[in-house]
Write a protein that binds this ligand. Sequence first.
Ligand SMILES: NC(=O)C1=CN([C@@H]2O[C@H](COP(=O)(O)OP(=O)(O)OC[C@H]3O[C@@H](n4cnc5c(N)ncnc54)[C@H](OP(=O)(O)O)[C@@H]3O)[C@@H](O)[C@H]2O)C=CC1
Ligand SMILES: O=CC(=O)O
Length: 326
Amino acid sequence: MNVFITRVIPQKGLELLKAAGCTVKQHTEQRELSPEELIEQCRNQDVLLSSGPNVIDAHFLQTCRRLKGIALLSVGHDNVDLEAATRFGIPVSNTPDVLTQATADTAFLLMLAVSRNAFYMNESIKRGDWGFNEPTANLGRELYGKTLGVFGLGRIGSDLAAKCKAVYQMDIIYHNRKPNKEAEQILGARYVSFETLLQQSDVLSVHAGLSPETKRIFNMAAFKRMKPSSIFVNTARGGLHDEADLTAALQQQLIWGAGLDVTNPEPMAPDNPLLNMMNVCVLPHIGSATVETRDKMAIMAAENIIAAVEKRKMPQILNPEVYDKI
Ligand SMILES: NC(=O)C1=CN([C@@H]2O[C@H](COP(=O)(O)OP(=O)(O)OC[C@H]3O[C@@H](n4cnc5c(N)ncnc54)[C@H](OP(=O)(O)O)[C@@H]3O)[C@@H](O)[C@H]2O)C=CC1
Ligand SMILES: O=CC(=O)O
């Protein structure tokens, strides 16, 4: 079986695939494949292991009809038309759970760094600007006892909430489409409307997937309803916030700061004004980027591929209804 991989993945995943008898071709150039190149590469492949934002739409799926499975090296699957994959009889899997803690750590890191302007001050020192350390200078904001608002209290949002509760005794409020009763019991989290989430959060952390419903849900209308002292954190997808509105909201001091692991587009342009703001930290989409987590993701993706190759159900299947068709 031939497997095409869109980016270099950890060795542990490759070894599993090779031990299962798969012939692997990896795209090793450090650039994104165009949609046409991806089709060209996948036309004669049996399985695709996709890492990154490659658009897997109906046109791709219709053209690459030989594919017997697609394994995503991510939990987010906003780049895939799952309905079309089911229609064309192609099972698709992702990598949930194994990246939860690393990604929640990234949100926690951003929240804390923004609350104390840490990245900006470190950059200033490197430029030779220590500043004058008077009592009213370099002031951050404390997190102890404040309210964490989670938009999307699922796996990662719950892990962040648990960390914030344990370390800072924060109150947890959240908004999902439906209440998460288990998390309410474990975390003492309170379900609130989107409006209340905006109004009451001291830190608002975004963890819902990107969908037509959530696209640019954090826009000027939303930022206007947030506290001027609040911190906005997004480690989900850049498409959930409107970047121009976020920039304006920070410039107008409608909110206090922002921490972003995800932007739209990625990479962000080097002259983006957000990069020069003291109260903004931007990271290059490193949510799950630890040695341990990436190994686990590669192994999980390989196990899903081997299942597809052996005509078994993929363990982390996203479109289980596909098995009624094949
Ligand atoms: N920065 C990075 O490197 C990483 C980013 N991610 C991103 O994080 C996201 C979350 O991952 P994970 O926690 O595992 O996913 P989960 O599915 O466990 O959690 C997502 C939560 O969002 C809620 N949700 C979905 N749609 C809406 C909506 N329209 N309004 C309000 N809430 C909504 C869901 O609840 P309900 O269904 O009740 O609405 C669910 O609780 C991924 O989709 C991905 O985009 C993930 C890993 C790494
Ligand atoms: O962005 C990463 C993911 O796993 O989703």
